[in-house]
Design a protein around this ligand. Sequence first.
Ligand code: NAD
Length: 438
Amino acid sequence: MSEENATLSSSTGLPSASSKPRYEFFKVIQKYIDEGCSVVDVPEYVRTILSQPKNEIIVNFPVRMDDGSIKLFKGYRIQHNNLLGPYKGGMRFHESVTLDDAKALAAMMTIKCALMNLPYGGGKGGIKFNPNSVSRTELQRVTRRFFHALGANIGPETDIPAPDVGTDSRIMAWAMDTYMNSVSQGDKQAVKGVVTGKPVASGGTLGREKATGQGLVHCITEWAKDCNFQLGGATMTVQGFGNVGSHTAAILSKLGVSLIAVGDHTGYLYNPEGFNPYKLQEYVKRNRSIDGYPAGKKVGREEFFKIKADIFVPAALEGQIGIEEGQMLQVRLVAEGANGPCTPEGEKVLLDRGIDILPDTLANSGGVTVSYYEWVQNKRSESWTLEEVDERLEKAMKRTYREVADMARDKKCSMRLAAYAVAIQRIGQVYAEREIFP
Ligand code: NAD
Protein backbone atom coordinates (compact mmCIF):
# COMPACT_ATOMS: atom_id res chain seq x y z
CA MET A 1 0.00 0.00 0.00
CA SER A 2 1.23 3.50 -0.74
CA GLU A 3 1.72 6.21 1.89
CA GLU A 4 -1.86 7.33 1.21
CA ASN A 5 -4.68 6.12 3.39
CA ALA A 6 -7.26 4.06 1.62
CA THR A 7 -9.70 6.88 2.29
CA LEU A 8 -10.38 10.44 3.24
CA SER A 9 -8.39 12.71 1.10
CA SER A 10 -9.53 16.17 0.20
CA SER A 11 -7.63 19.18 -1.03
CA THR A 12 -7.86 22.71 0.27
CA GLY A 13 -7.31 23.91 -3.29
CA LEU A 14 -5.23 26.73 -1.84
CA PRO A 15 -2.07 27.86 -3.55
CA SER A 16 0.27 26.94 -0.73
CA ALA A 17 3.83 25.76 -0.34
CA SER A 18 2.41 22.23 -0.16
CA SER A 19 1.54 22.31 -3.87
CA LYS A 20 5.24 22.86 -4.74
CA PRO A 21 7.69 19.95 -5.12
CA ARG A 22 7.78 17.86 -1.96
CA TYR A 23 9.63 19.63 0.83
CA GLU A 24 12.20 17.27 2.30
CA PHE A 25 11.63 18.27 5.87
CA PHE A 26 13.65 15.51 7.53
CA LYS A 27 16.73 16.31 5.45
CA VAL A 28 16.42 19.93 6.54
CA ILE A 29 16.32 18.94 10.23
CA GLN A 30 19.21 16.47 9.76
CA LYS A 31 21.25 19.36 8.39
CA TYR A 32 20.37 21.63 11.32
CA ILE A 33 21.40 18.88 13.74
CA ASP A 34 24.63 18.38 11.82
CA GLU A 35 25.40 22.10 11.91
CA GLY A 36 24.44 22.33 15.60
CA CYS A 37 26.91 19.50 16.37
CA SER A 38 29.67 21.49 14.65
CA VAL A 39 28.90 24.64 16.62
CA VAL A 40 29.49 22.92 19.98
CA ASP A 41 31.99 20.36 18.70
CA VAL A 42 30.48 17.18 20.18
CA PRO A 43 32.07 13.77 19.43
CA GLU A 44 31.25 12.33 16.00
CA TYR A 45 29.12 9.52 17.47
CA VAL A 46 26.58 12.04 18.85
CA ARG A 47 26.08 13.39 15.34
CA THR A 48 25.71 9.83 14.03
CA ILE A 49 23.15 8.79 16.67
CA LEU A 50 21.03 11.92 16.26
CA SER A 51 21.00 11.64 12.48
CA GLN A 52 18.26 8.95 12.51
CA PRO A 53 15.30 8.08 14.74
CA LYS A 54 15.60 5.10 17.06
CA ASN A 55 12.25 3.57 16.10
CA GLU A 56 9.88 4.10 13.18
CA ILE A 57 6.49 2.55 13.93
CA ILE A 58 3.86 2.22 11.20
CA VAL A 59 0.45 0.73 11.96
CA ASN A 60 -2.39 -0.03 9.56
CA PHE A 61 -5.72 -0.43 11.31
CA PRO A 62 -9.34 -0.90 10.23
CA VAL A 63 -12.14 1.42 11.34
CA ARG A 64 -15.88 0.94 10.98
CA MET A 65 -17.39 4.06 9.39
CA ASP A 66 -20.90 5.33 10.15
CA ASP A 67 -22.27 3.80 6.92
CA GLY A 68 -21.06 0.35 8.00
CA SER A 69 -18.09 0.21 5.63
CA ILE A 70 -14.61 -0.62 6.91
CA LYS A 71 -11.71 1.60 5.99
CA LEU A 72 -8.03 1.09 6.55
CA PHE A 73 -5.97 3.89 8.08
CA LYS A 74 -2.22 4.26 8.34
CA GLY A 75 -0.69 5.75 11.47
CA TYR A 76 2.86 6.65 12.36
CA ARG A 77 4.81 7.05 15.56
CA ILE A 78 8.44 8.04 15.31
CA GLN A 79 10.63 7.71 18.39
CA HIS A 80 13.72 9.73 17.70
CA ASN A 81 15.80 9.65 20.87
CA ASN A 82 15.16 8.80 24.53
CA LEU A 83 18.48 9.52 26.16
CA LEU A 84 17.02 12.15 28.49
CA GLY A 85 13.67 10.48 29.20
CA PRO A 86 10.54 9.04 27.58
CA TYR A 87 9.81 10.03 23.99
CA LYS A 88 7.53 13.07 23.91
CA GLY A 89 5.69 14.74 21.08
CA GLY A 90 2.43 15.47 19.35
CA MET A 91 0.06 13.44 17.24
CA ARG A 92 -1.01 15.10 14.00
CA PHE A 93 -4.23 14.30 12.14
CA HIS A 94 -3.88 15.95 8.74
CA GLU A 95 -4.00 14.94 5.12
CA SER A 96 -0.38 16.03 4.63
CA VAL A 97 1.10 13.66 7.27
CA THR A 98 4.04 11.61 5.93
CA LEU A 99 6.67 9.38 7.49
CA ASP A 100 9.34 11.90 6.47
CA ASP A 101 7.59 14.80 8.21
CA ALA A 102 7.01 12.73 11.35
CA LYS A 103 10.75 11.90 11.42
CA ALA A 104 11.60 15.59 11.09
CA LEU A 105 9.14 16.64 13.80
CA ALA A 106 10.30 13.86 16.16
CA ALA A 107 13.93 14.94 15.78
CA MET A 108 12.88 18.52 16.50
CA MET A 109 11.22 17.32 19.69
CA THR A 110 14.49 15.75 20.86
CA ILE A 111 16.11 19.14 20.38
CA LYS A 112 13.23 21.08 21.93
CA CYS A 113 13.05 18.94 25.08
CA ALA A 114 16.82 19.06 25.58
CA LEU A 115 16.79 22.82 24.99
CA MET A 116 14.10 23.33 27.64
CA ASN A 117 15.99 20.98 29.99
CA LEU A 118 13.01 18.60 30.25
CA PRO A 119 13.53 14.92 31.15
CA TYR A 120 12.20 13.81 27.76
CA GLY A 121 13.36 12.60 24.41
CA GLY A 122 11.65 13.31 21.10
CA GLY A 123 8.74 11.62 19.35
CA LYS A 124 6.01 12.50 16.88
CA GLY A 125 3.25 10.75 15.01
CA GLY A 126 -0.07 10.99 13.36
CA ILE A 127 -2.50 9.76 10.77
CA LYS A 128 -2.77 10.95 7.20
CA PHE A 129 -6.41 12.00 6.97
CA ASN A 130 -8.60 15.05 7.31
CA PRO A 131 -10.33 14.94 10.73
CA ASN A 132 -12.91 17.48 9.52
CA SER A 133 -14.13 15.05 6.88
CA VAL A 134 -15.41 12.45 9.37
CA SER A 135 -18.17 12.49 11.95
CA ARG A 136 -17.46 12.82 15.66
CA THR A 137 -18.16 9.13 16.23
CA GLU A 138 -15.85 8.15 13.36
CA LEU A 139 -13.14 10.44 14.73
CA GLN A 140 -13.41 8.76 18.10
CA ARG A 141 -13.16 5.27 16.56
CA VAL A 142 -10.14 6.31 14.43
CA THR A 143 -8.43 7.73 17.52
CA ARG A 144 -9.14 4.73 19.72
CA ARG A 145 -8.07 2.16 17.09
CA PHE A 146 -4.86 4.10 16.43
CA PHE A 147 -3.87 4.27 20.08
CA HIS A 148 -4.87 0.65 20.58
CA ALA A 149 -2.73 -0.35 17.61
CA LEU A 150 0.26 1.46 19.12
CA GLY A 151 -0.17 -0.72 22.23
CA ALA A 152 2.82 -0.88 24.53
CA ASN A 153 4.87 1.33 22.23
CA ILE A 154 3.45 4.25 24.20
CA GLY A 155 3.08 4.70 27.97
CA PRO A 156 3.69 7.29 30.71
CA GLU A 157 7.30 6.16 31.11
CA THR A 158 7.85 5.18 27.46
CA ASP A 159 6.38 7.58 24.96
CA ILE A 160 3.90 10.35 25.75
CA PRO A 161 1.84 11.82 22.89
CA ALA A 162 0.17 15.26 22.97
CA PRO A 163 -2.02 17.38 20.67
CA ASP A 164 -0.69 18.81 17.42
CA VAL A 165 -2.32 19.92 14.16
CA GLY A 166 -5.82 18.44 13.89
CA THR A 167 -5.87 16.98 17.41
CA ASP A 168 -7.03 18.53 20.68
CA SER A 169 -7.80 17.83 24.32
CA ARG A 170 -10.93 15.85 23.45
CA ILE A 171 -8.86 13.47 21.30
CA MET A 172 -6.30 13.17 24.11
CA ALA A 173 -9.13 12.17 26.51
CA TRP A 174 -10.15 9.33 24.14
CA ALA A 175 -6.49 8.33 23.77
CA MET A 176 -5.97 8.21 27.55
CA ASP A 177 -9.18 6.26 28.07
CA THR A 178 -8.18 3.73 25.41
CA TYR A 179 -4.77 3.20 27.01
CA MET A 180 -6.32 2.96 30.51
CA ASN A 181 -8.56 0.18 29.29
CA SER A 182 -5.55 -1.83 28.18
CA VAL A 183 -3.97 -2.00 31.65
CA SER A 184 -5.10 -3.82 34.77
CA GLN A 185 -7.81 -2.30 36.97
CA GLY A 186 -5.31 -1.38 39.68
CA ASP A 187 -3.03 0.50 37.30
CA LYS A 188 -5.64 2.70 35.62
CA GLN A 189 -5.13 5.86 37.67
CA ALA A 190 -1.36 5.49 37.49
CA VAL A 191 -1.28 5.77 33.71
CA LYS A 192 -3.08 9.10 33.27
CA GLY A 193 0.21 10.58 32.13
CA VAL A 194 0.24 8.45 28.98
CA VAL A 195 -0.79 11.57 27.05
CA THR A 196 -0.70 15.27 27.88
CA GLY A 197 -2.91 18.10 26.69
CA LYS A 198 -5.93 16.37 28.24
CA PRO A 199 -9.03 18.29 29.37
CA VAL A 200 -8.45 19.63 32.89
CA ALA A 201 -11.22 17.51 34.45
CA SER A 202 -9.67 14.36 32.94
CA GLY A 203 -6.21 14.99 34.38
CA GLY A 204 -5.01 17.86 32.23
CA THR A 205 -3.41 20.99 33.62
CA LEU A 206 -4.60 24.55 33.72
CA GLY A 207 -2.66 26.64 31.23
CA ARG A 208 -1.86 23.85 28.72
CA GLU A 209 -4.26 24.96 26.01
CA LYS A 210 -2.71 28.41 25.69
CA ALA A 211 0.82 27.28 26.64
CA THR A 212 2.43 27.31 23.20
CA GLY A 213 1.07 30.77 22.42
CA GLN A 214 1.96 32.00 25.91
CA GLY A 215 5.54 30.73 25.55
CA LEU A 216 5.83 32.36 22.14
CA VAL A 217 4.71 35.68 23.63
CA HIS A 218 7.38 35.41 26.36
CA CYS A 219 10.00 35.03 23.62
CA ILE A 220 8.55 37.97 21.70
CA THR A 221 8.67 40.20 24.79
CA GLU A 222 12.31 39.24 25.42
CA TRP A 223 13.13 39.99 21.78
CA ALA A 224 11.31 43.34 22.07
CA LYS A 225 13.40 44.22 25.17
CA ASP A 226 16.63 43.34 23.34
CA CYS A 227 15.65 45.46 20.34
CA ASN A 228 14.12 48.36 22.25
CA PHE A 229 10.92 47.65 20.36
CA GLN A 230 7.57 48.90 21.71
CA LEU A 231 4.92 46.17 21.49
CA GLY A 232 2.12 48.61 22.40
CA GLY A 233 0.75 49.96 19.11
CA ALA A 234 2.52 47.31 16.98
CA THR A 235 0.79 45.12 14.38
CA MET A 236 0.87 41.39 13.62
CA THR A 237 -0.23 38.97 10.94
CA VAL A 238 -0.92 35.32 11.77
CA GLN A 239 -1.02 32.30 9.47
CA GLY A 240 -2.98 29.43 11.05
CA PHE A 241 -5.69 30.26 13.59
CA GLY A 242 -5.90 27.02 15.54
CA ASN A 243 -4.49 26.41 19.00
CA VAL A 244 -1.14 28.17 18.56
CA GLY A 245 -2.14 31.03 16.24
CA SER A 246 -5.29 32.03 18.10
CA HIS A 247 -3.77 32.00 21.59
CA THR A 248 -0.69 33.88 20.42
CA ALA A 249 -2.88 36.55 18.81
CA ALA A 250 -5.11 36.83 21.88
CA ILE A 251 -2.24 37.10 24.38
CA LEU A 252 -0.27 39.54 22.20
CA SER A 253 -3.38 41.68 21.80
CA LYS A 254 -3.36 42.20 25.59
CA LEU A 255 0.07 43.78 25.14
CA GLY A 256 -1.35 46.17 22.56
CA VAL A 257 -0.41 44.32 19.36
CA SER A 258 -3.14 44.55 16.74
CA LEU A 259 -4.04 41.55 14.55
CA ILE A 260 -4.43 43.05 11.08
CA ALA A 261 -4.39 39.91 8.91
CA VAL A 262 -5.08 36.26 9.48
CA GLY A 263 -5.27 33.11 7.39
CA ASP A 264 -6.03 29.41 7.63
CA HIS A 265 -6.63 26.45 5.30
CA THR A 266 -9.73 28.18 3.88
CA GLY A 267 -8.15 31.53 2.96
CA TYR A 268 -6.93 34.89 4.26
CA LEU A 269 -8.58 38.02 5.75
CA TYR A 270 -7.21 41.57 6.10
CA ASN A 271 -8.48 44.30 8.42
CA PRO A 272 -6.21 47.34 8.92
CA GLU A 273 -8.41 48.37 11.89
CA GLY A 274 -7.54 45.10 13.63
CA PHE A 275 -9.55 41.93 14.35
CA ASN A 276 -10.77 41.05 17.81
CA PRO A 277 -8.82 37.79 18.32
CA TYR A 278 -11.18 36.57 21.06
CA LYS A 279 -14.26 36.91 18.85
CA LEU A 280 -12.43 35.25 15.98
CA GLN A 281 -11.34 32.44 18.30
CA GLU A 282 -14.94 31.86 19.34
CA TYR A 283 -16.03 31.89 15.69
CA VAL A 284 -13.36 29.33 14.74
CA LYS A 285 -14.36 27.08 17.65
CA ARG A 286 -17.93 27.05 16.32
CA ASN A 287 -17.16 26.90 12.58
CA ARG A 288 -13.77 25.09 12.46
CA SER A 289 -12.24 27.82 10.24
CA ILE A 290 -12.17 31.58 9.64
CA ASP A 291 -14.25 31.11 6.49
CA GLY A 292 -17.31 33.37 6.53
CA TYR A 293 -16.11 35.53 9.43
CA PRO A 294 -18.08 38.77 9.09
CA ALA A 295 -15.16 41.23 9.34
CA GLY A 296 -12.18 42.08 7.19
CA LYS A 297 -11.60 41.78 3.48
CA LYS A 298 -10.72 38.52 1.72
CA VAL A 299 -7.18 38.55 0.29
CA GLY A 300 -5.07 36.00 -1.56
CA ARG A 301 -2.12 34.17 -0.04
CA GLU A 302 0.41 36.33 -1.88
CA GLU A 303 -1.31 39.54 -0.83
CA PHE A 304 -1.34 38.28 2.77
CA PHE A 305 2.41 37.73 2.75
CA LYS A 306 2.97 41.26 1.39
CA ILE A 307 1.03 43.03 4.16
CA LYS A 308 3.22 45.43 6.12
CA ALA A 309 3.23 44.62 9.83
CA ASP A 310 5.71 44.40 12.71
CA ILE A 311 5.40 40.73 13.59
CA PHE A 312 4.49 37.71 11.48
CA VAL A 313 3.46 34.56 13.33
CA PRO A 314 3.42 31.43 11.16
CA ALA A 315 1.25 28.97 13.11
CA ALA A 316 0.11 26.49 10.47
CA LEU A 317 2.38 24.01 8.72
CA GLU A 318 6.03 23.56 7.77
CA GLY A 319 7.67 24.87 4.61
CA GLN A 320 5.37 27.90 4.26
CA ILE A 321 8.09 30.56 3.96
CA GLY A 322 10.32 29.84 1.02
CA ILE A 323 12.38 32.28 -1.05
CA GLU A 324 9.31 34.01 -2.53
CA GLU A 325 7.53 34.48 0.77
CA GLY A 326 10.82 35.58 2.36
CA GLN A 327 11.05 38.34 -0.22
CA MET A 328 7.40 39.33 0.16
CA LEU A 329 7.26 39.66 3.95
CA GLN A 330 7.49 43.24 5.24
CA VAL A 331 7.92 42.67 8.96
CA ARG A 332 10.59 43.07 11.62
CA LEU A 333 10.14 39.69 13.24
CA VAL A 334 9.04 36.21 12.25
CA ALA A 335 8.03 34.39 15.44
CA GLU A 336 7.73 30.70 14.59
CA GLY A 337 4.67 29.22 16.26
CA ALA A 338 4.60 26.37 13.76
CA ASN A 339 7.32 23.77 13.48
CA GLY A 340 9.58 24.32 10.49
CA PRO A 341 7.61 27.14 8.81
CA CYS A 342 10.73 28.63 7.17
CA THR A 343 12.67 26.63 4.61
CA PRO A 344 16.46 27.12 4.93
CA GLU A 345 16.37 29.20 1.73
CA GLY A 346 13.48 31.29 3.05
CA GLU A 347 15.32 31.82 6.31
CA LYS A 348 18.42 33.04 4.48
CA VAL A 349 16.37 35.60 2.55
CA LEU A 350 14.77 36.87 5.77
CA LEU A 351 18.07 37.15 7.64
CA ASP A 352 19.77 38.85 4.66
CA ARG A 353 16.93 41.39 4.67
CA GLY A 354 17.50 42.06 8.38
CA ILE A 355 14.31 40.35 9.55
CA ASP A 356 14.76 38.61 12.90
CA ILE A 357 13.54 35.05 13.45
CA LEU A 358 12.53 33.46 16.73
CA PRO A 359 13.11 29.82 15.81
CA ASP A 360 10.52 27.10 16.41
CA THR A 361 12.54 24.89 18.78
CA LEU A 362 12.75 27.83 21.18
CA ALA A 363 9.67 29.85 20.34
CA ASN A 364 6.99 27.14 20.43
CA SER A 365 8.46 25.07 23.26
CA GLY A 366 5.94 26.41 25.81
CA GLY A 367 3.57 23.60 24.79
CA VAL A 368 5.86 20.73 25.68
CA THR A 369 7.02 22.56 28.80
CA VAL A 370 3.50 22.78 30.21
CA SER A 371 2.89 19.20 29.02
CA TYR A 372 5.75 18.29 31.33
CA TYR A 373 4.03 20.15 34.19
CA GLU A 374 0.87 18.13 33.46
CA TRP A 375 2.83 14.87 33.55
CA VAL A 376 4.46 15.81 36.87
CA GLN A 377 1.04 16.69 38.36
CA ASN A 378 -0.34 13.32 37.16
CA LYS A 379 2.59 11.48 38.76
CA ARG A 380 2.12 13.28 42.08
CA SER A 381 -1.70 13.44 41.99
CA GLU A 382 -1.49 17.22 42.26
CA SER A 383 -3.36 20.13 40.65
CA TRP A 384 -1.38 23.32 40.27
CA THR A 385 -3.02 26.72 40.00
CA LEU A 386 -2.91 28.65 36.76
CA GLU A 387 -0.64 31.22 38.41
CA GLU A 388 1.83 28.49 39.36
CA VAL A 389 1.87 27.06 35.83
CA ASP A 390 2.21 30.51 34.26
CA GLU A 391 5.00 31.55 36.61
CA ARG A 392 7.04 28.43 35.95
CA LEU A 393 6.54 28.72 32.20
CA GLU A 394 7.58 32.36 32.16
CA LYS A 395 10.80 31.60 34.04
CA ALA A 396 11.59 28.62 31.81
CA MET A 397 10.97 30.51 28.57
CA LYS A 398 12.93 33.59 29.58
CA ARG A 399 15.86 31.57 30.91
CA THR A 400 16.04 29.53 27.70
CA TYR A 401 15.67 32.60 25.49
CA ARG A 402 18.74 34.07 27.24
CA GLU A 403 20.74 30.85 26.82
CA VAL A 404 19.99 30.79 23.11
CA ALA A 405 20.70 34.50 22.64
CA ASP A 406 24.02 34.11 24.51
CA MET A 407 25.01 31.11 22.39
CA ALA A 408 24.11 33.03 19.20
CA ARG A 409 26.27 35.96 20.34
CA ASP A 410 29.23 33.80 21.47
CA LYS A 411 29.27 31.60 18.37
CA LYS A 412 28.17 34.36 15.98
CA CYS A 413 25.44 32.16 14.57
CA SER A 414 21.69 32.41 13.96
CA MET A 415 19.23 31.96 16.82
CA ARG A 416 18.08 28.72 15.15
CA LEU A 417 21.54 27.22 15.11
CA ALA A 418 22.16 28.48 18.63
CA ALA A 419 19.03 26.67 19.88
CA TYR A 420 20.23 23.42 18.28
CA ALA A 421 23.70 23.99 19.75
CA VAL A 422 22.44 24.52 23.34
CA ALA A 423 20.33 21.36 23.09
CA ILE A 424 23.05 19.23 21.50
CA GLN A 425 25.61 20.35 24.07
CA ARG A 426 23.29 19.02 26.79
CA ILE A 427 22.70 15.74 24.97
CA GLY A 428 26.44 15.40 24.24
CA GLN A 429 27.28 15.84 27.90
CA VAL A 430 24.93 13.02 28.92
CA TYR A 431 26.30 10.68 26.25
CA ALA A 432 29.83 11.50 27.46
CA GLU A 433 28.86 10.60 31.05
CA ARG A 434 26.84 7.46 30.31
CA GLU A 435 28.71 6.27 27.21
CA ILE A 436 27.28 3.81 24.73
CA PHE A 437 25.80 0.43 25.69
CA PRO A 438 27.26 -2.25 25.78
P1 NAD B 1 -4.35 23.40 14.86
O1 NAD B 1 -4.86 22.23 14.14
O2 NAD B 1 -5.02 23.83 16.11
O3 NAD B 1 -4.31 24.67 13.86
C1 NAD B 1 -3.68 24.60 12.62
C2 NAD B 1 -4.07 25.82 11.83
O4 NAD B 1 -3.35 25.82 10.58
C3 NAD B 1 -5.55 25.87 11.47
O5 NAD B 1 -6.02 27.19 11.60
C4 NAD B 1 -5.56 25.44 10.00
O6 NAD B 1 -6.66 25.95 9.29
C5 NAD B 1 -4.27 26.07 9.52
N1 NAD B 1 -3.78 25.48 8.26
C6 NAD B 1 -3.71 24.17 7.93
N2 NAD B 1 -3.28 24.04 6.66
C7 NAD B 1 -3.05 25.29 6.19
C8 NAD B 1 -2.60 25.82 4.95
N3 NAD B 1 -2.31 25.02 3.93
N4 NAD B 1 -2.49 27.18 4.83
C9 NAD B 1 -2.82 28.00 5.86
N5 NAD B 1 -3.26 27.55 7.06
C10 NAD B 1 -3.37 26.22 7.22
O7 NAD B 1 -2.79 23.12 15.11
P2 NAD B 1 -1.83 23.78 16.20
O8 NAD B 1 -1.76 22.86 17.35
O9 NAD B 1 -2.18 25.20 16.38
O10 NAD B 1 -0.41 23.65 15.46
C11 NAD B 1 0.03 24.62 14.51
C12 NAD B 1 1.55 24.50 14.38
O11 NAD B 1 2.16 24.70 15.66
C13 NAD B 1 2.07 23.16 13.88
O12 NAD B 1 3.26 23.35 13.13
C14 NAD B 1 2.41 22.44 15.17
O13 NAD B 1 3.36 21.40 14.99
C15 NAD B 1 2.98 23.59 15.97
N6 NAD B 1 3.01 23.39 17.41
C16 NAD B 1 1.86 23.13 18.10
C17 NAD B 1 1.92 22.97 19.49
C18 NAD B 1 0.69 22.77 20.32
O14 NAD B 1 0.80 22.82 21.55
N7 NAD B 1 -0.49 22.58 19.75
C19 NAD B 1 3.15 23.06 20.15
C20 NAD B 1 4.30 23.35 19.40
C21 NAD B 1 4.21 23.51 18.04
